[in-house]
Write a protein that binds this ligand. Structure first.
Ligand code: NAP
Length: 277
């Protein structure tokens, strides 16, 4: 518990899913929390439960990290409330599923703004402060999707490839600075990630978020640069790109996503192909 007790951890995307699990697991280990997402009511409900269960301090901030002023507003609010962040968990993420051309380009752009730009901005400003004081940590949530191109989740996988590459390089730059940087690569995890789409996740093949959160934090405590908090098979899928040509890996990933029905997937708030025709 030594690493966690009394620190202040900022968790983005904490209103549900893996982010909520990070918040609960960090609190269980003794960390104070700042929770961020767009859904203020959900954040407050979770904060109330965590305060009652673990007796740690929990603050909440409802804002859209994919908006131009999202990260500047968050940082201004942290300063106004007097929070010095010891651990940043860049977890908030989203992604279009289905053929690239079937989703409005705004959906792709918004996911890059969130998964890539907001994560990079937060790493820059809070990482800079941590480096100046010689302590702290950043955990960037990527995915097993980071390791290969994925037809029918093209933008999502590419955004996670950025997170992987960026995090490994940033971690190397900060080695010896007192600031630790790690990427986490969950595989399929039982959350509402596909809730607004026609895709359903097979619960038998998805890991529980609480386990993913605990394993991520254990790997961080051990000093890992990359964490694979899902079941072992999920990690094995990340090896194919090491052994096969990229064209074969892309074909395989496309076949797998087709088998999961992702080639027909659409977002429920988007017009269907027949309605558009
Ligand atoms: N589930 C999986 O199978 C899986 C696998 C590998 C990696 N991951 C990664 O794990 C992370 C968490 O995913 P999840 O499955 O827990 O997803 P989720 O259940 O959909 O939760 C996403 C979280 O991000 C927040 N969020 C979304 N858009 C936001 C925005 N514009 N500004 C601020 N917060 C925003 C959501 O809250 P609001 O809607 O309230 O804003 C929510 O708290 C993501 O980075 C995802 O890519 C997931």
């Amino acid at each position: 518990m030594g690493v966690w007790s009394g620190i202040t951890a900022l968790v983005t995307g904490a209103s549900k899913g893996i982010g909520e699990a990070y918040a609960r697991e960090l609190a269980r280990r003794g960390a104070h929390l700042v929770l961020v997402a767009r859904s203020g009511e959900a954040l407050e409900r979770i904060a109330e439960e965590i305060r009652a269960e673990h007796g740690v301090e929990v603050d909440t901030l409802a804002l859209d990290l994919s908006a131009d002023d999202g990260v500047p507003r968050l940082v201004a609010e942290l300063d106004r409330r007097g929070h010095a962040v010891d651990l940043l968990i860049n977890n908030a993420g989203a992604g279009a599923v289905g053929p690239f051309l079937d989703s409005a380009v705004e959906r792709h752009v918004a996911s890059v703004e969130l998964n890539v730009v907001a994560l990079m901005r937060l790493s820059h400003v809070l990482g800079g402060r941590m480096a100046a004081r010689g302590s702290g940590g950043i955990v960037n949530i990527a995915s097993t999707a980071a390791f290969q191109p994925m037809p029918y989740q093209a933008t999502y996988a590419a955004s996670k490839a950025f997170v992987l590459s960026f995090t490994e390089a940033f971690a190397a730059e900060l080695r010896g600075s007192g600031v630790r940087v790690m990427a986490a690569h969950p595989g399929a995890t039982a959350t509402g990630f596909f809730d607004d789409t026609t895709v359903t996740m097979n619960p038998a093949l998805a890991d529980p978020p609480a386990r993913v959160a605990a394993r991520t934090l254990d790997a961080y405590a051990k000093g890992a640069v990359n964490a694979y908090p899902g079941r072992p098979l999920m990690r094995v899928t990340t090896w194919t790109a090491r052994f096969l040509p990229r064209s074969a890996v892309t074909r395989l990933a496309g076949r797998l996503n087709k088998a999961l029905g992702h080639h027909r997937a659409r977002h429920l708030d988007a017009p269907s192909a027949s309605a558009r025709a």
